[in-house]
Design a protein around this ligand. Structure first.
Ligand code: ADP
Ligand code: GN1
Ligand code: MG
Length: 369
């Protein structure tokens, strides 16, 4: 980290209630959106760690409302965890307030920062290494859904408008193709064609939501495997993190996003598409865990639409990556040229694979309902 960055960070750090002397500050994690740092403070005899995050203001336009959501949801979860005898310091995020008492601070450039206790002895993984971990994550996301089932949804702000409105995502994609601001459309004709051919897909879940056949619930909306912490000692998924997008949404989308990311046989940005497919074994493990975690909370229609959720979230994510590639990579952080295109390609490869496997996916889901 360069000296200028360190000085900037030290100014921010001084505005929070961290006890002790700063020992270390390192960039942390592999999220696509926020800038995350792990801070280590030395107090006499102990080292204490925290997460410091600069919230992405291009993505989250109303950070104060976003933090209101996170305060509300974490306070709620804390109470539920306490009631069931759990460990409130490890099973939910805990906000460190700024010195002025607010759950965030604003720097001289107008950037919003927040801090959490660092949950030690647990890890977030970018790829599923074994069935057991994936099963654990499914139970935890299902349980998260259940704990928030009676949360007053009307008090939640919409942190990103139309976040999982696939019809709107499709319209934005088409507009990006039309505008072609970077002159990249001609080089990705095959991918554009793949997306356009599947326009009817975009309506499948939105229509069921509009007709009330799928209920709106309080959902996480970003249920990637790396948004869960797995306990290093017990292997249990202990904490659901990255609560920026907790809003009213569809349970089938939460289920689907986990499958999109975790049941893939390759990384989200794998360049060798031969390695990319949807693993039915992992899919089954997740179905089982998620239904168990939800513990009876899902309706018959939701259970029926779980496989469609997987297909739809993968298609939508592919649309989003391709849109960002066409628009010049302003949304998702990239680490190489064409990174968002690589990501879009893996998603579309998965979509094609899921289309083939849909009957089997439906059969498996039916087994656990
Ligand atoms: P992004 O929105 O950019 O994905 P996240 O909130 O998911 O940001 O944080 C990025 C990474 O930081 C996570 O994947 C995880 O490894 C780590 N992390 C975030 N919060 C905590 C926490 N409270 N304790 C331990 N690690 C955390
Ligand atoms: C982003 O923040 P992160 O890396 O957990 C994105 C998700 C996408 C995901 C694709 C707020 O998630 O919607 O599915 O990348 N988050 C936001 O990997 O847009
Ligand atoms: Mg994340």
């Amino acid at each position: 980290m360069d000296k200028e960055k360190r000085t900037e960070l030290q100014e921010i750090i001084a505005r929070f209630e961290f006890p002790g002397e700063l020992d270390e500050c390192i960039p942390f994690g592999s999220g696509h959106i926020n800038d995350t740092y792990r801070l280590t403070f030395a107090e006499p005899g102990v080292l204490k760690q925290y997460i410091l995050q600069k919230m992405n203001k291009d993505v989250f336009k109303r950070p104060v409302e976003l933090m209101e959501n996170i305060c509300g949801v974490t306070t709620w979860l804390r109470k539920k965890i306490q009631e069931s005898g759990g460990d409130v310091w490890r099973e939910t995020l805990n906000i460190i307030p700024a010195k002025d008492g607010r759950p965030y601070c604003v720097d001289s450039l107008g950037e919003y920062w927040r801090a959490y206790y660092f949950i030690t002895g647990a890890t977030s993984y970018d790829q599923v290494k074994n069935d057991g971990d994936f099963y654990q994550s499914a139970v935890a996301f299902g349980h998260f859904q259940r704990m928030l089932a009676d949360y007053p949804a009307e008090t939640l702000h919409e942190t990103i408008e139309k976040f999982h409105d696939t019809v709107d995502r499709f319209a934005k994609f088409k507009e990006a193709v039309r505008a072609d601001v970077c002159g990249r459309a001609a080089s990705v004709g095959r991918e554009i064609q793949f997306a356009l051919e599947r326009e009817p897909l975009a309506h499948r879940l939105c229509d069921l939501q509009a007709s009330g056949e799928l209920p709106l619930r309080v959902t996480h909306n970003d249920t990637k495997f790396n948004n869960i912490l797995i306990d290093d000692a017990t292997g249990r998924a202990i904490c659901v993190i990255d609560l920026d997008t907790v809003m009213p949404g569809l349970s089938v989308n939460d289920f689907g996003d986990s499958i999109r990311f975790g049941a893939s046989t390759a990384a989200e940005d794998e360049q060798d598409l031969a390695k990319v497919s949807m693993d039915l074994q992992l899919y089954e493990v997740y179905v089982k865990g998620y239904i168990e975690g939800c513990a009876g909370a899902l309706t018959d229609k939701e259970l029926e639409m779980l496989p469609m959720g997987a297909l739809l979230m993968t298609y939508e994510c592919g649309l989003r990556f391709l849109t960002d590639h066409l628009e010049g990579d302003h949304y998702f952080r990239i680490h190489r040229e064409g990174h968002n295109l690589d990501r879009a390609r893996t998603q579309f490869k998965l979509v094609a694979d899921m289309e083939r496997k849909l009957p089997q996916m439906q059969e498996i889901a039916a087994k656990y309902c």
